[in-house]
Write a protein that binds this ligand. Structure first.
Ligand code: 5GP
Ligand code: ZN
Length: 111
């Protein structure tokens, strides 16, 4: 059984894709909490931050640098943005496929 983000990566489920390269896919969150709310996911299935190891260093950097590039394209690099990894129950992680939230386009409340 494949997860929902794996299905989006395989284009079996539609998503509003904003960026793609060999390692990552980025698409608009279906339930945005800010004017810009994009999820950046690795193309390989990794359940969460807790499952990352030293060997994943370049992939993590790819996620963050993709977020930086998308933030510039979305023109929120000057106004600012927030990058979030939710991990596990207390953080409210609902999809068990590693994803980086890029949020911005308004003044974001701190928790
Ligand atoms: P989490 O709470 O796990 O950090 O974030 C999961 C995010 O995925 C949520 O913000 C939710 O709105 C988004 N999401 C869940 N299912 C889908 C989907 O099928 N398509 C898209 N585009 N976003 C989804
Ligand atoms: Zn997956």
């Amino acid at each position: 059984m494949e997860c929902i983000f794996c299905k989006i990566i395989k284009k079996e489920i539609a998503a509003d894709i904003v960026f793609e390269n060999g390692k990552v896919l980025a698409f608009k969150d279906i339930n945005p909490i800010a004017p810009v709310h994009i999820l950046i996911v690795p193309k390989v299935h990794i359940p969460s931050v807790d499952h990352l190891g030293k060997k994943d260093g370049s992939l993590v950097s790819e996620l963050i640098l993709s977020a930086q590039k998308i933030a510039r394209e979305q023109k929120i690099d000057k106004s600012g943005y927030r990058l979030i990894f939710n991990m596990g129950k207390d953080a409210g992680q609902t999809v068990d496929h590693l994803h980086l939230h890029l949020t911005g386009g308004k003044k974001l409340p701190w928790l």
